[in-house]
Design a protein around this ligand. Structure first.
Ligand code: NAD
Length: 481
C-alpha cells in the first residue's frame, strides 16, 4: 500500500532516489511496512540550496495564490482521507477513527493557514511630529520543520501550512518512525503546483547529523521543532553564533483537576479520552489527575468502568480503541514508572501490565490501559512525561492545593479543568502555568487557537493569528515627509 515515492526525497521540485533506504515498521505486528529514503548531509544541503533560491520568489508570490495551494492540498487530503488514514494507522498504530480525526484536523489546519495568510497585516502608527510609522511583516525565509511520530500528519501539516502561507520555503524533516504518511502528505502539497524549491522532504535515520549541518548554515532562518524536550533544548544549544527564529513544541505533563461541582460523568469521559487517546502518546495527554476528595470514589468508579471498556488491538482492526506503543523503549518507560509507583505505595485500580495476545499479528508493544491511585509527589510518574496509557490519581481538599500540585512541574503545555462554578474555574485559569487549557473539554487543540507551551514545554505558538507571526519578521519603518 505505501507509495514507492516514500523511497525518494523531494528536493527542488523533483523526486530524487537516495543511495540508501531504511525499513519502516508496523508497530502493531513489528512486520516491515515499507521503505523510506535515507537522506544524508549532501541531500540536506541541496535542499537548503533549493529553499534559499526559492525564497525571494515565494515571498513575492501574492498571498491569495499561496492560499490557493493550501486549499487545494486540504481538498485532496479530504478526498483521499480513507486511504491516508489506513496508512497513518498502520505506520503509527493508532485506531482508524483517530487517524481519520488527525487527517481532518490536518486539513483544517491547512485551511486555517490559507485564510490567515491573507490577513498577516502590519500596522500604521499615528503620526508623530516627524511623520507616521509603519509596522511591516515579511517572511522569515527558509524554514526547517522537524516533526514527531505521534501525530505525524497534523504536526507536519500545521507547520508546512503556516510557513507556506507566510511566504517561507520549507525543508520538512519527518520522524524516522513515520516517514510514509509524511511523504504521502508532502507529495499532495507539492502536487498543487508549488514552484521548485518551495517544499523539500528529507526522511533520514541520521537526524542529528542532517539538522546539525543545516543549523551550521546561516541561510536557514527558522527552525520549527515538535518533539521531546531533551532534543528541543539540544537544538537551542546547537544554534551557536547564528541567531535564528526558533519555535519549540516539546514535552508535556498535563494535569487534570476535577472539582467537587463537576459533572462527574462528563469529567470521567473527558479524562479517559484525554488520557488514552493515541495510547497516551500525546504531548497533551493527561498524566496526573487531581480529584476533590469528596467525589473521588464516584469519579474513580466511572473512570474504571470506561477504562475497562477500551479495546486493545491493531489500529486498523474494527473495534480497536487503543493501539500499541511505538517501540520497546516506550514500553520500558511505562513499565518502569508503574513499578516505581507501586513500590512507593500506589495501588493499581485497573491494568498495570503488558498485554500479550499470542497472535503473531499483534507482536507489538502493548500495555493495558492503567489507573494508579494514591500517587504521591516522590514517584517518577509525578515528574516524568509517561507517553503511555497510565493515569496517575491524587486527591486534594482545597482549590489552591490542586493548583499548586498542577503547577509543580517543569512542563507547561496543557491542563484540564472540570467544574461548573465559573468563578472557581476563572481563578484556576488565572493561576495555572500552562499554554493550553481545556475547560470541560478533553480536546483543546483548535486551528484558530494558538497552541504551545510555557516553561520547558516550548516557545512561540502554532495556530491562531500567532501561528503566522511565528514565520514572519517585524520591520519598523519611520517615515519623514
Ligand atoms: P524526538 O525528540 O525524539 O523526535 C522528534 C523529531 O526530532 C524527529 O523528527 C526526530 O528525527 C528529530 N530528532 C531526534 N533527535 C534529533 C537531534 N539530535 N537533532 C535534531 N533532530 C532530532 O521526539 P519523538 O519521540 O518523535 O516525539 C515524542 C515527543 O514529542 C514527546 O516528548 C511529546 O510530548 C513531544 N510532542 C510535543 C508536541 C507539542 O506540540 N508540544 C506534539 C507532539 C509531540
Amino acid at each position: 500500500m505505501p507509495d514507492t515515492a516514500a523511497a525518494t526525497l523531494l528536493i527542488d521540485g523533483r523526486r530524487h532516489s537516495a543511495p540508501a533506504t531504511f525499513d519502516v515498521v508496523d508497530p502493531a505486528s513489528l512486520d516491515v511496512l515499507g521503505q523510506a529514503a535515507d537522506a544524508d548531509v549532501t541531500h540536506a544541503l541541496a535542499a537548503l540550496d533549493a529553499a534559499a533560491a526559492a525564497a525571494r520568489g515565494w515571498a513575492d508570490t501574492d498571498p491569495e495564490t499561496r492560499s490557493g495551494h493550501l486549499r487545494a492540498a486540504a481538498a485532496e487530503i479530504r478526498a483521499r482521507q480513507g486511504e491516508l488514514a489506513l496508512l497513518l494507522s498502520r505506520e503509527n498504530g493508532k485506531p482508524l477513527a483517530e487517524a481519520n480525526g488527525e487527517l481532518t484536523g490536518g486539513a483544517r489546519m491547512l485551511e486555517w493557514a490559507a485564510e490567515e495568510g491573507r490577513r498577516a497585516y502590519g500596522r500604521v502608527t499615528p503620526a508623530s511630529a516627524a511623520g507616521p510609522g509603519l509596522v511591516l511583516r515579511s517572511p522569515v525565509g527558509p524554514v526547517l520543520a522537524i516533526t514527531p511520530w505521534n501525530f505525524p500528519a497534523s504536526m507536519l501539516l500545521r507547520k508546512v501550512g503556516l510557513a507556506l502561507a507566510a511566504g517561507c520555503p520549507v525543508i520538512a524533516k519527518p520522524a524516522e518512525q513515520t516517514p510514509l504518511i509524511a511523504t504521502a502528505l508532502l507529495d499532495i502539497v507539492q502536487a498543487t503546483g508549488l514552484p521548485a524549491g518551495v517544499l523539500q522532504s528529507l526522511t533520514t535515520t541520521r537526524p542529528a547529523e542532517l539538522v546539525g549541518a543545516l543549523l551550521a548554515d546561516r541561510r536557514l532562518r527558522k527552525v520549527s521543532f515538535t518533539g521531546s524536550t531533551e532534543v528541543g533544548l539540544g537544538l537551542l544549544r546547537q544554534t551557536g553564533d547564528t541567531l535564528r527564529r526558533t519555535s519549540l513544541e516539546m514535552g508535556g505533563h498535563s494535569p487534570a483537576i476535577v472539582f467537587a461541582d463537576a459533572d462527574l460523568e462528563a469529567a470521567a469521559t473527558g479524562v479517559v479520552t484525554a488520557k488514552f487517546f493515541n495510547a497516551g502518546q500525546s504531548c497533551t495527554a493527561v498524566n496526573r489527575l487531581y480529584v476533590h476528595e469528596s467525589v473521588r470514589d464516584d469519579l474513580l468508579a466511572l473512570i474504571e468502568k470506561k477504562t475497562a471498556a477500551l479495546r486493545l488491538g491493531r489500529g486498523d482492526a474494527e473495534g480497536t480503541t487503543i493501539g500499541p506503543l511505538i517501540d520497546k523503549a516506550g514500553l520500558a518507560k511505562v513499565e518502569n514508572q508503574v513499578a516505581d509507583a507501586v513500590a512507593k505505595g500506589a495501588r493499581v485500580l485497573i491494568g498495570g501490565s503488558r498485554w500479550e495476545s499470542g497472535d503473531p499479528a499483534l507482536r507489538g508493544h502493548y500495555f493495558r490501559p492503567t489507573v494508579l491511585t494514591g500517587v504521591t509527589a516522590d514517584m517518577l510518574i509525578s515528574h516524568e512525561e509517561t507517553f503511555g496509557p497510565v493515569l496517575a490519581v491524587t486527591t486534594f481538599t482545597g482549590d489552591d492545593e490542586a493548583i499548586a500540585l498542577a503547577n509543580a512541574t517543569d512542563y507547561g503545555l496543557a491542563a484540564y479543568l472540570f467544574g461548573s462554578d465559573l468563578r472557581r474555574v476563572w481563578r484556576a485559569l488565572d493561576r495555572l502555568d500552562f499554554g493550553v487549557i481545556g475547560v470541560n473539554d478533553p480536546a483543546p487543540v483548535r486551528p484558530e487557537l494558538p497552541f504551545g507551551g510555557q516553561k520547558n514545554s516550548g516557545q512561540e505558538r502554532e495556530g491562531g493569528a500567532e501561528g503566522i507571526e511565528a514565520y514572519t519578521e517585524t520591520k519598523a519603518v519611520a517615515l519623514r515627509f
